[in-house]
Design a protein around this ligand. Sequence first.
Ligand code: PRX
Length: 643
Amino acid sequence: MNPTRISMSNRIRTFEEYQKEYSYSVAQPEEFWADKASQFVWQKKWDRVLDWNFEKGDSKWFSGAQLNITENCLDRHLPEKANQVALLWEGNDPGEASQKITYQELLNKVCQVANVLLEKGVQKGDRVCLYMPMVPELAIGVLACARIGAIHSVVFAGFSASSLADRIEDAGCKVVLTSDGAFRGNKKIAVKAVVDEALLRCPGVQSVLVLQRTGEKIAMKEGRDCWWHETVPAASANCAPVPVEAEHPLFILYTSGSTGKPKGVLHSTAGYMVYAHYSFLNVFQYDAGDIHWCTADIGWITGHSYIVYGPLLEGATSVMFEGVPTYPDAGRCWEIIDKHSVTHFYTAPTAIRSLMGFGTELFSKYQLNSLKVLGSVGEPINEEAWHWYNDHVGKKRCPIVDTWWQTETGGILISPLAGITKTKPSYATLPLPGVQPILVDAEGNELKGNNVEGNLCIKFPWPSIIRTTYGDHERCIQTYFSTYKGLYFTGDGCKRDEEGYYRILGRVDDVINVSGHRMGTAEVENAINEHPQVIESAVVGYPHDIKGQGIYAFVICEKSDKSAEALRQEITSVVSKIIGPIAKPDKIQIVSGLPKTRSGKIMRRILRKVAEGDISNLGDTSTLLDPAIVDEIKAGALVPLKA
Ligand code: PRX
């Protein structure tokens, strides 16, 4: 027996065990992670656990190993769990029957789609784009890609045709999986039409597999498009898992950064698998028989790691919801929790804040007594929302896990372990074993000890760290590994309090977090600038009661007869068309100039202050090319100003 091995399972049960595991993970990271990896099925075991060099942006885990992640998500569980529900699907309309897909059924369905992909010529390493609503076929499609070693790139179905085309082109996708339309609240949304428009720019796409969901009439392109229901059920339900190398790419997921163009964050197979599972099990403290519901969309990393991979790797039951929390009314989430005896509920602060607005009367209709653990993700959770969640949803008996992580981290890095770590409102608390956070000042000097505030970096690799930005490794190095030599830079500001607890303060770069969605300010500016009358624009975030941050755009337009209101509407629809409705500015102020320094740089600090409504301390404006512009901007501000 290995004397340094603390626990025989991957599961931590007490705070003392957490502390021991944490120390062990720092002292002997390779032994620690080899131990965690040993429960999985490997076609070939690894030769080396870790090779890394942060200066080159390189991390390699479990080199020499071969595996298939779907064998670990599905086949591995069959001896005991063939008839256990793997995916529990709840439709947009409460009147539609729920679907309960067992592990055996899920494996069969995954194999059928995998066989269809093979027939369409998809091979190991090929990229497949999925642009679909939250229906079981989305999860099935993702797993079907992994079954044959194809790389999935899920694009959130709220993105525009232009954003979709950018992502399909960047990844060089060969096949697209989609649906005719989508149901979302009381709306029916065209999906295939968006794909058709995007594909005008993507000649490399050879096949489109179309799920019938809404039944609306759509165009089908001969030779390229085929219906899911005409091909998938006829395919064989056997498809051997294709073994891939540990570092074989599993998926690409696009995310916004401080530059205009979204990056394709690439995750590879073995390390992601080990970490998605380890973090799921320990943060949520999932027990056999529990029902885990993560409300995210699979178009984001949260859905990848905590609807699909994490839960399935544990053999859990994972809920997938097609609709929105406010349809048909604001009690929908509570109704689903009671209906399916949900034990774990994982959502975003923005959803909590929007439901808070409906008052507490609705709760009298629901029991919510199946709940054991509540989770929060995507943005800082303010204390008021934390207490409301704790009091009214958790009834003060469910631990809240405020989980901090990113698309690039693949899994939760800083979070309480449910019921184990003492929680504190708005604190993500402590790092998971294997995660070594460090706070640095602007020059990169380590801020040691407690009661410090700085930029959050991680100094040692964890298994699900980003491997590259697809097709451009230099960009990966520049974005994450160059700001502070030898460190992974998260882009977040963070405080470590007197107890050593971490509190995330928000982005320190030009990224804003709108309802938990990351938006690059440059990306929104580029879209605004596409309006023919726009000369220049500058976008900043501002505090928003429900969304966390809202988008405030300052725009210079050519002279015209149009009213400011007409221009605002046109600019909003341009942004919606270019990026998608999630990027629509909340406020657009038409200005005659922007506060620029003599070297032409926009002083965003001033714009941020105005957007926040706090002009008490604008700082030195004497270096501006035209200091008078600040008065004009203040006078036309779209928020009340506090001097
Ligand atoms: O600023 C942090 C914020 O969301 C960013 C990551 O966004 P994304 O890659 O879209 O992933 C979101 C879901 C994992 C982070 O850099 N963020 C995420 N979780 C938290 C958070 N901010 C505060 N507290 C959190 N729990």
